[in-house]
Design a binder for this molecule. Structure first.
Ligand code: S5P
Length: 273
């Protein structure tokens, strides 16, 4: 079963270059930690990434919240990704008709497809959202995650919506490499244990010190996410950079190290090493 395979074994199963590179990075750095850097000033954004860089496999961005954005942010981010050996995931959550998402992905101020190895989409428009994005992303070797579940209280992405998202992914395996979800999706719609599919499961809503925030976010620990729910990558935002936008570098570094260690320990326990 996928749950018992190492990240490097799984890298060999993936043909999509972004999925393969992510799995190889995870193994090389012994880190299944993705840091989500949701801050509004470019200096804070780049500083936090430079601090957490050694401990992560992936940086997750919301570039549209940076107030003083210009394209130097992207150039600096790319330099940091080489310096610290991590992949980049712009959390754009595309959710429109194919033609529109293709334009949003390739063009505008951010030109996401030109620098983000992985991005994501809500399955709500149906398969056309994938068709639109893959017309831009596939020739560039990019990968897509579908949001088949969400971490928030009262999420509508449950039941048949989640199942249809998995079906949409199965029909587009060259571009859709996995899911934003709270548990494994491979066995949905097939008998328990019958699937040898390998989807990447990247999971937000991870925190060790609090259970949620005042706006519906819900947190689980790395152990619950990786060991009990079988997810592959933990996504941590405020649990690492804290309330002060990462003003205390040593505290940020310590949290990144702590979450990396917890995520990796849970993985080692899962594969039984
Ligand atoms: O279901 C989801 C999906 C996503 S991508 N729940 C989430 O929280 N996210 C994102 O993960 C969210 O947009 C934010 O950037 C991050 C969680 O941040 P944290 O500070 O709560 O860890």
């Amino acid at each position: 079963s996928i749950l018992k395979q190492t990240y490097s074994q799984r890298a060999e199963n993936h043909r999509n270059p972004a999925a393969k590179a992510l799995l190889e990075t995870i193994e090389r750095k012994r880190s299944n930690l993705c840091v989500s850097v949701d801050v509004t000033k470019k200096a804070d954004f780049l500083r936090i990434i430079d601090i957490v860089g050694p401990y992560i496999c992936l940086v997750k961005t919301h570039v549209d919240i940076i107030e003083d954005f210009d394209f130097s942010v992207i150039e600096n981010l790319k330099d940091l990704s080489v310096k610290h050996d991590f992949q980049i995931f712009e959390d754009r959550k595309f959710a429109d008709i194919g033609n529109t998402v293709a334009l949003q992905y390739a063009s505008g101020v951010y030109k996401i497809a030109s620098w983000s190895h992985i991005t994501n989409a809500h399955p709500v428009p149906g398969p056309s959202v994938i068709t639109g994005l893959l017309s831009v992303g596939l020739p560039l070797g990019r990968g897509l995650l579908l949001l088949s579940e969400m971490s928030t209280k009262g999420s509508l992405a449950t039941g048949s919506y989640t199942e249809e998202a998995v079906r949409m992914a199965r029909s587009n395996r060259d571009f859709v490499v996995g899911f934003i979800a709270q548990r494994r999706m491979d066995n949905i719609g097939v008998a328990e244990g019958a699937s040898d599919e390998d989807f990447l499961i990247l999971t937000p809503g991870v925190g060790m010190d609090v259970k949620g925030d005042s706006m519906g976010q819900q947190y689980r620990t790395p152990r619950e996410v990786v060991l009990e729910s079988g997810c592959d990558v933990i996504i941590v935002g405020r649990g690492i950079y804290g309330k002060g936008n990462g003003a205390n570098p040593e505290a940020v570094r310590e949290q990144a190290e702590r979450y990396r260690a917890e995520g990796w320990k849970a993985y080692e326990e899962r594969i039984g090493s």
